[in-house]
Design a protein around this ligand. Structure first.
Ligand code: ADP
Ligand code: MG
Length: 608
């Protein structure tokens, strides 16, 4: 006698499994609902979230709506109005086409849909939860569609537990929102979170939309790019080299109006900027590639953002050339017409200009060992540390003590006393403008300069936050900074911690703020850039489970650390080593990256 084991899964379970692929978090549901609204020819789309979308996501559009029958069937798996035959797959111009989103959302949430077409007197309301139809009835409602999705993952507690803090989930929603809002500047979008309006974007031109999303500061920083070839049409904007940031976040490529990630195309753009920006900087860009669908692999997973071109090499070259040409032109053609009430600014430099990172401010001639220099000073005079390492908590007296005795503090240096006497005195040098190298008892110590500084600053900031006191550097003239609405909302959350760290930032009307002071420990020539870099890092940082203020300390240490490529003199390198080994954890950055290694003498000897 045989027994059969295989069963077909009930529809609701199959949907739940499929939902896992399409809906990972509130942001994915928002993306699918908003894309549906766009596909339905909406002119205006409103998004209303409660608790970052975990408790409620409402998306309201004024698109074509659905008939009562369609409203019900829309929730079935593979229900789509967008393709009918396999050959349609090769001509897709809508955002969705697999008919899985609504089925997936309805499988793991409580959904209420109200919709009406123009030709219908009455609309219809459909209620559905966990793939089960609860009811349908006629209702009065405006033309268009109104989805309310409550309690995401209510019936899959394991997945619900997987959701991160509201701040992180909201960040994911904002990321999706930016992509769709950029791809369709002609559509008006609103985004509300709890009781706050985060965005209210009127239908606009692309440059206006970029400004509405990323703040007024970007408006005179963008250069249009254009190329029309048989393979692909390129349009959009790149930002001027001087606007390039240390943190990714404003890099957007759209293929046939769909946001994609494409490492090769990113590289094409980076290459075009290569002589113009610091090696660690990332240019901002908003690039649209349009091509016949037959030139791309259409079998794109609906939630994936990868795309494959048939002729990648050619697209690479076209994009690279288009960006290069735009950067070159910007040399001669003044700013674009921007439909905004600001005067046209004529770029002041040529394309061969190299953007120099903010430099460190110190007196190169000053020698702390030279007693002559201090001759006229009162006996209590202490030399000032190099400005970029100003550390108001550490004891300046200890800085110039015998370097050799300092070496004993190294946790990594386990070598016996006896070899110590062979050490050359203060031999210390910089390698590749990136590493500080110095012999130790057991071998050759190599320190990553940027990471070391990051660790030093981080520990300083953590102490500052604990003591609730820091030194501020007042600015001669406050700097008014136009923020994006998203950054403005973020800033209000972190204002207290920033104040403790030494920032003085005041609201300045609209989404603008005045930066009056910054932490004195960060000697910077461009406090605005530092501040923007900090905001970007906090925005981009993943949840770590750490206390929030610690996250800010981490971000600020990263933003303020001296870059690679910065030449350091002996004094600065000594200062760095002293401070690094005064840290609690000198070996690793707060993010766990190695700061110091020692190449053991035996390893060197083995090579010979
Ligand atoms: P897809 O977008 O891949 O077709 P979905 O599950 O997202 O699949 O949606 C199923 C169908 O429901 C769509 O094809 C469309 O006909 C209809 N639909 C969904 N949202 C809307 C909307 N906001 N307005 C009008 N029709 C919609
Ligand atoms: Mg869809």
């Amino acid at each position: 006698m045989s027994k059969d084991y295989i069963q077909i899964l009930p529809e609701s379970i199959a949907n739940q499994i499929a939902a896992g692929e399409v809906i990972q978090r509130p942001a994915s549901a928002v993306k699918e609902l908003v894309e549906n609204a766009v596909d339905a020819h909406a002119r205006n789309v409103g998004i209303y979230l409660k608790e970052a979308g975990k408790n409620q996501i409402q998306v309201i559009d004024d698109g074509i709506g659905m008939s009562p029958a369609d409203a019900k069937i829309a929730f079935a798996r593979h229900a789509t109005s967008k393709i009918r035959e396999a050959k349609d797959l090769f001509e897709i111009c809508t955002l969705g086409f697999r008919g899985e989103a609504l089925a997936s959302i309805a499988a793991i949430a409580e959904v209420s849909l109200k919709t009406r077409r123009e030709e219908d007197e009455l609309g219809t309301r459909v209620e559905i939860a966990a793939s089960t139809l609860i009811g349908q009835e006629p209702v009065q409602c405006p033309v268009g569609t109104n989805f309310t999705v409550k309690n995401l993952f209510f019936n899959t507690p394991a997945r619900r537990k997987f959701l991160r803090t509201n701040q992180t989930e909201l960040k994911h929603v904002l990321t999706e929102f930016e992509r769709i809002a950029l791809s369709r500047p002609d559509i008006g979008f609103k985004l509300h979170h709890n009781t706050t309006e985060i965005y209210n974007l009127p239908p606009a031109s692309l440059p206006q939309r970029i400004t509405h999303l990323f703040g007024k500061g970007i408006s005179n920083q963008i250069i249009s790019i254009n190329a029309d070839t048989q393979i692909v049409k390129v349009s959009g904007f790149v930002c001027k080299p001087e606007y390039a940031k240390k943190v990714a976040g404003e890099q957007f490529i759209f293929v046939n109006n769909r946001y994609v990630r494409h490492a090769l195309l990113h590289k094409a753009i980076l290459n075009a900027f290569s002589q113009l920006i610091h090696q660690e900087a990332i240019p901002s860009y908003f690039i649209f590639l349009d091509t016949d669908p037959e030139n791309i692999d259409v079998n794109i997973h609906p939630t994936k953002t990868e795309v494959k071109f048939v002729n990648e090499q050619a697209v690479f070259q076209i994009l690279h050339a288009a960006v290069k040409e735009a950067l070159g032109k910007f040399n001669v053609i003044p700013s674009l017409d921007f439909d905004m009430d600001r005067s046209i600014e004529i770029p002041a430099y040529g394309s061969q200009r190299v953007v120099i990172p903010p430099s460190i401010d110190y007196d190169p001639k000053y020698n702390p060992f030279d007693s002559q220099t201090g001759g006229h000073q009162p006996s209590s005079f202490r030399p000032e540390p190099p400005a970029f390492l100003k550390d108001n908590l550490s004891n300046w007296d200890t800085l110039y003590k015998d370097f050799e005795s300092d070496q004993q503090k190294l946790p990594l240096d386990t070598e016996k006393e006896s070899t110590k006497n062979n050490l050359p005195g203060n031999t210390i040098f910089q390698f590749k403008l990136k590493y500080i190298m110095t012999p130790t008892a057991s071998g050759l110590m190599v320190i990553d300069q940027k990471r070391a500084h990051e660790r030093i600053l981080y520990e300083q900031f953590v102490r500052t936050l604990a003591n609730l006191h820091t030194e501020s550097q007042q600015m001669l003239y406050p700097k008014v900074i136009d923020l994006s609405p998203g950054d403005f909302a973020l800033l209000s959350e972190i204002a207290e911690s920033l104040k403790t760290l030494g920032f003085d930032v005041q609201p300045f009307g609209g989404y603008s703020v005045a930066l009056n002071a910054y932490p004195a420990i960060l000697s910077t020539e461009d406090p605005e850039a530092l501040f923007m870099d900090l905001l970007a890092r906090i925005r981009e940082s993943e949840e770590t489970g750490n206390h929030f203020s610690e996250k800010i300390a981490r971000a600020l240490a990263k933003a303020g650390a001296i870059p690679y490529g910065k030449a350091l003199n002996a004094e600065e390198m000594n200062f760095m080593i002293d401070h690094l080994f005064a840290c609690e954890t000198p070996g690793f950055t707060p993010g766990g990256k190695t700061i110091v290694i020692i190449v053991q003498t035996e390893e060197i000897e083995k090579k010979f």
